[in-house]
Design a binder for this molecule. Structure first.
Ligand code: SF4
Ligand code: F3S
Ligand code: FES
Length: 236
């Protein structure tokens, strides 16, 4: 089959503004991934086309792009799902560095603010065993452990578009993962951070984040659980 790609192009060294270029690929397969098509264009049409990728298997989170207007991982988007005419653009709300590559620093700066790492300074049990947790306690935050930090959620959120100092759903997912971990001791500190004006209050339950997540994390639900914890003071 024939597939036409319309790709956002911008090279800050020569362009004053962005433009789109179209590429026709003959003999594409309906099982090709959009990432395969981008590799084809880079290999056969224009080696200067710039985009991020690493694992090519939905694990690293580096190739989140806007594909026909929706945030997706290029390595998980199949031609049969997105159609024969495919518009590919960089994520919204982050500065374009070149072509499909955006500056992820503001995203990671917000992410780091919620202390997205395990904190427990208490000594380990005297018998030398690890800190124990019941299956129910582990299940409490299982969904939010699946995040691959692709930014598809945050860059689909209208509140983030309006103000990039909003922590954003990805950072709140990371906060949820540790706040509800029974072994972690910094829940109060994290709840204070997400309760600031740049945090939970900026989420207006738009659900774009949940729709965009390639890991199918129930993001809006997780944010709702954090909001509830600010009211009840309970993080169990
Ligand atoms: Fe990506 Fe989902 Fe993590 Fe957001 S929550 S960064 S969409 S994996
Ligand atoms: Fe944004 Fe998701 Fe809330 S899209 S407004 S963070 S539900
Ligand atoms: Fe790693 Fe797509 S290239 S998630």
């Amino acid at each position: 089959m024939q597939v036409t790609l319309k790709i956002f192009r911008y090279n800050p060294e020569v362009d004053t503004t962005f433009h789109y270029e179209s590429y026709v690929i003959e003999n594409a397969q309906e099982t090709d991934r959009v990432l395969d098509l981008l590799e084809h264009v880079k290999g056969y049409n224009d080696g200067t086309l710039s985009f991020r990728r690493s694992c090519a298997h939905g694990v690293c989170g580096s190739d989140a792009l806007r594909i026909n207007g929706r945030n997706m991982l290029a390595c998980k988007a199949l031609v049969r799902d997105v159609g024969e005419k495919i518009t590919i653009e960089p994520l919204l709300g982050l500065k374009v560095v070149k072509d499909l590559i955006v500056d992820m620093e503001p995203f990671f700066d917000n992410y780091k603010k919620v202390l997205p790492w395990f904190i427990n300074d208490s000594p380990l049990p005297a018998d030398g065993r690890e800190r124990l947790q019941s299956p129910e306690q582990r299940a409490r935050f299982d969904d939010t452990t699946k995040c691959i930090m692709c930014a598809a959620c945050t860059t689909s959120c209208p509140s983030f578009w309006a103000s990039d100092d909003y922590l954003g759903p990805a950072a709140l997912v990371a906060a949820h993962r540790f706040v509800f971990d029974s072994r972690d001791e910094a829940a109060a500190e994290r709840m204070e951070i997400v309760s600031e004006t740049s945090g939970l209050a900026r989420c207006h339950t738009a659900f774009n984040c949940t729709m965009a997540c390639p890991r199918e994390i129930q993001i809006t639900k997780a944010i709702g659980e954090l909001k509830m914890a600010t009211i009840t003071g309970r993080v169990e």
